[in-house]
Design a protein around this ligand. Sequence first.
Ligand SMILES: [Zn+2]
Length: 458
Amino acid sequence: MSETFLLGNGVVVAGFSASCIVKPQVIPGGAVVWRGERVLAVGLESDLRRAYPGARFLDARGGLILPGLINLHHHFYSALARGLDPGARLRTFTEVLDRLWWRLDRALDPETLRLSALLSVADCIRWGCTTVFDHHASPSCIAGSLDVIADVVDASGLSAVLCYEVTDRNGHDQARAGIEENLRFIRQQSGHPRIRGVFGLHASFTLRDTTLAEVAERRPGQAGCHIHAAEDPLDVEASRRAFGLGPVERLERFGLLDDRCLLAHGIHLETTDYASIANHGAVLVHNPESNANNGVGHLDAVNAAKQGCLVGIGTDGMSSAMLRALRAAFLTHRARRTDPGAGFEVLPELLFNNARVARRFFDEPLLGELAPGAPADVIVVDAPAPTPVGPENLFGHLVYGASEAPVRHTIARGRVLLEDYCHRTLDPVEAAARARELTPPLWKRFGEMNCGTNFLGE
Ligand SMILES: [Zn+2]
């Protein structure tokens, strides 16, 4: 019989919703009880201590007790880019890809790939993310690369939706190898409770029609697509030039735009594209920090939501800190609108939508909530509230307090992964030391990689 845990001495936030006022989800003096992988009870700590007298107590020390956070767009492979010199000032989005990311991903080998995944997963745990959607590329080692990442994720205790980035930029043979890797992994993982596969696609402007047709023909019915869309005007312009259609139109044409399709960024789309995304129930993933970093503009998430799009949030490899990404979304939205009152009306929905999207990929209708029967994904943010917390001001506490605070405990599917800031399932200090040994040869290979990639490998 599994041990019963009681996490208390904090303020429980049982779930996020678009309008926090609709139902009372904030419980000061609250606690969460779980056994095995499932939440048993959520309520007042005094009541739950009486009901579960033998439970092992975990102390939140006044912090916020939240459902585990969900990241809809990450790149684990970017972990060893920190401090990397691309050799010249990057002036355009094309140069960001061609001189930085497309040289780094080609330089990865299985061991640097494994360490990148391990360090990124450790950061996810450190920032309270328990479910993550990763988008992977390693053109020099495609076959089996998703297994390397899945092994790391599996051992860590997290839940993940993984994919390999299909692209023609390194030639059509590599595109086909990417398709095979996705297919193999999707089939292999279909029964796994915590790790799933979807079809990874780079972006419209590096995918030939023949490649999209093969993906459409061969992908298993329930497998979604995870693609970059209109991150920069380049994607729209190059797609129209080569194929006569924009990125969303092409996905629609090939039947790939559905409610399991995740489109990262979606900044430079037309009104008709947002309507198509909404009509097909597809998902837009806002990545505010990465967009600022790459100087590509910002998605107007509020406008996209008003047009009926389901908009979630990710980090695009910039970090693994979801509450900080939420704060960035909030601030960039206000800056964009030059309106100090903007943002509270829709941006809280981003966290709620992440749970709605994740539930489509796992058979877990209560994922992202703290409720009896839900997966026991629970975190404690070390932000004891200095003012009253209630459903009406929760978002203020998240943006102005919790987003800057460290995470004390991370529990995923009932397993304690981080306890009082200490990792229980992996050792990021040892991994970082090993990574520092392997980074110089990785960066040397990076420096020897050619630039001037042709988008369609022609
Ligand atoms: Zn990305």
